[in-house]
Design a protein around this ligand. Structure first.
Ligand code: FAD
Length: 307
């Protein structure tokens, strides 16, 4: 009931200003955002790695409006990758990128996004780690997949995110289940029309299971991005059924969500990667986390009104 209005609110500039200005919302925001800057997120990264978890760092930014802004974000990705290299984290700490942040929506956006992601991939290669391209709204799916296809010619390890709520995704999984591919499968966090996306939770879960079966049965490296216990159980069974050991796939969750389960799975010998979002541009990401769970909204509203 709250999902659609919250996802609409995620696009509202006025609400964004209001929420960002409110000091009271900060403790709630801190639950999902791993740091406001490079040093803070590096500290969070170190703690995670010491605790036996892996990380993927997302420097938040969406709907970049000019090439200079896209260039700055690219430079900050290079900066964090240089830090990953200096700290010797290697592939334990990778990065995730949103193409809208790096210039895809600008005029000549495909060329700008290709150039910027190429720069980030070269820095990741130097740091001995990987890059995964996030999935955004369905209007960008084709452009994202095309960009990954081109990037993989030079950087075969570039990962793609696919969203199980899209009707097309099972087919996309088939196309991407080849040797060397890295596919992060999530349910999907945007507001999409019924013409392109399943609307019913049960249908989304059924699609997620079908997609998992395709990826686990293929020759690539599946990255199972979900907090849903039923999906995780299905993934582990599908991995065993397809003769995959723990090094042949990984489980992924978001920072601040089901933290005990992240620990439990890592302690049980699973590779668990935590997606750490950081930076000042947290509003859109934060609102999507609220939309996923009404209890988060109650917690947030209580923080806003409690003196
Ligand atoms: P749900 O059925 O939504 O949740 C299962 C259980 O997990 C819930 O019952 C609850 O206990 C817990 N939970 C889930 N969400 C929350 C929350 N916000 N707060 C508190 N508890 C919660 N989406 C995209 O569209 N594009 C992306 O590129 C993308 N990248 C992602 C990367 C990673 C590593 C992960 C884990 C998710 C990503 N997502 C992305 C988000 C994803 O699409 C879902 O919106 C989100 O993961 C919730 O779906 P779920 O599979 O956890 O299942």
């Amino acid at each position: 009931m709250f999902r659609a209005p919250l996802l609409m609110a995620a696009r509202s500039t006025r609400l964004r200003e209001l929420v960002e200005r409110s000091r009271l919302s900060r403790p709630v925001v801190a639950r999902f955002i791993a740091g406001r800057n490079r040093d803070e997120v590096l500290r969070s990264t170190e703690l995670m790695l010491k605790g036996g978890l892996l990380v993927s760092l997302d420097h938040l930014g969406e709907d970049t409006t000019n090439a200079a802004q896209a260039g700055q974000l690219t430079a900050s990705y290079v900066d964090i990758l240089d830090a990953i290299s200096e700290c010797g984290f290697g592939a334990q700490a990778e990065v995730s990128i949103k193409l809208s942040a790096i210039g895809l929506a600008l005029p000549h956006g495909a060329t700008i996004a290709m150039r910027n992601t190429g720069i980030v991939c070269a820095a990741a290669q130097r740091a001995g780690t990987t890059v995964t391209i996030d999935a955004e709204d369905h209007a960008t799916t084709d452009a994202g997949l095309e960009l990954v296809r081109e990037l993989r010619v030079e950087f075969p390890w570039v990962g793609t995110v696919l969203q199980a709520y899209l009707r097309r995704t099972e087919e996309d999984c088939r196309a991407l289940a080849d040797a060397g591919s890295r596919v992060r499968l999530c349910k999907g966090a945007y507001r999409e029309p019924a013409s392109v996306a399943f609307q019913d939770k049960g249908e989304v879960s059924a699609s997620y299971r079908r997609c998992l079966d395709v990826l686990m049965g293929g020759a690539g490296y599946p990255m199972v991005a979900t907090h849903d216990p039923a999906m995780i159980t299905h993934a582990l069974l599908a991995a065993t059924r397809n003769g995959r050991g723990v090094d042949d796939y990984e489980l992924q969750m978001l920072y601040g969500i089901r933290v005990d389960e992240q620990r439990r799975l890592a302690d049980a010998g699973q590779h668990v990667r935590v997606y750490l979002a950081y930076g000042d541009e947290w509003y859109g990401y934060f609102m999507r986390r609220l939309a996923e769970r009404p209890a988060n909204l109650r917690f947030f509203l209580r923080a806003l009104v409690t003196p």
